[in-house]
Design a protein around this ligand. Structure first.
Ligand code: BJW
Length: 258
């Protein structure tokens, strides 16, 4: 058994012994489904686009059509994507645990896609909102969008956002931008799950964005064991008992279903 296999084996043992597990995911989780990450060199969204111009409330106030068009392109990309073997392994593992009364598995994601749900995880907690839940920027009523055009041009276009059926306000993407608070219910659910878990499995996050990244940190301080799946180095490396260097779609099936 080489060093990587030995670490996978030990991590599996830790997972089998844990009763309350949180799977905490980031953009790398969906990378092999063809959804770009944010900070990977060359392929990450922030390598090609400006976060200041597209992912802040000020950007939306300045140029709503630019921001709305970009998010419609992102939404169309996600709609065309399929869950990967990693998403499916997480859903199967949680279902198996629940059926065997082996303890609970909560999925907390920073992702704004719906790939965990489409893989069979019924109630993932979305800390940074969803591409599929637009709302009115004035009264917060749920908004609608036109069905995404499968030919939505690469990298987005200027597209006027729709208006609220209740108050006429401008509909905005239902995601959390820089400088905005996280959705209260999601934050409460994630804080509770991570505040009371034995093991946190972090997958595909650089762990640079707060307050989300503080949750696994707090869990470790309270005694939880952290297992990380990521091909690269991250801010969680020093906290992790096991750093499994590989991709989500490769490592998770071996870790959770092997
Ligand atoms: C693979 C892989 C494969 C690749 N398999 N892995 C404390 C210190 C410093 C700053 C702050 C602080 N507290 C708050 C801040 C400010 C800011 C922040 O954190 N900035 C830092 C960047 C410095 N935070 C905020 O502004 C937050 N709000 C806030 O604090 O409000 C205060 C407030 C309170 C109350 C009232 C009002 C205000 C909000 C943060 C919102 C983040 N939003 C985004 C965009 C969402 C919408 C959209 O999609 O456009 O969320 S930014 C982006 O980053 C997105 C992600 O969810 C988030 C995290 O990124 P993630 O998922 O980790 O992706 P990457 O790309 O960074 O990493 C990918 C990883 O995958 C890499 O490690 C790869 O190696 C790996 N990988 N292929 C497995 N196949």
């Amino acid at each position: 058994m080489d060093q990587d296999d030995a670490m996978l084996h030990e991590a599996r043992k830790a997972l089998m012994q844990a009763r309350r597990i949180v799977v905490f995911t980031g953009a790398g989780m969906s990378a092999e489904s063809g959804v770009p990450t944010f900070r990977d060199a060359l392929t990450g969204l922030w390598a090609r686009f400006s976060a200041e111009a597209l992912a802040t409330p000020e950007a939306f106030a300045r140029d709503p059509a630019l921001v709305w068009g970009w998010y419609e392109w992102r939404r169309a990309r996600v709609r065309a994507a399929q869950p990967n073997a990693g998403h499916r392994a997480i859903a199967a593992f949680a279902a198996h645990r629940a059926a065997d009364d082996g303890g609970c598995v909560t999925v907390v994601t920073q992702n704004v896609d719906d790939l965990h749900e489409r893989a069979g995880t019924p109630a993932a907690v979305h800390l940074h909102g969803s591409l599929f839940a637009p709302r009115c920027s004035a009264c917060a009523a749920p908004g609608a969008f036109a069905e995404a055009d499968p030919l939505e041009p690469e990298d987005g276009r200027h597209l006027e956002p729709p208006h609220c059926a209740h108050c006429g306000g401008t509909i905005r993407p239902g995601v959390v931008w820089f400088g905005e608070g996280l959705p209260e219910a999601a934050w409460a659910a994630a804080s509770a799950a991570l505040g009371d878990c034995d093991l946190v499995l972090c997958v595909g996050t650089s762990a640079l964005v707060y307050p989300a990244a503080a949750l696994p940190e707090r869990a470790v301080r309270a005694g939880a064991l952290l297992v990380q799946v990521n091909p690269g180095r991250t801010a969680f490396d020093a906290l992790a008992r096991f750093n499994l260097r590989g991709s989500a779609a490769t490592v998770l099936p071996a870790l959770l279903c092997g």
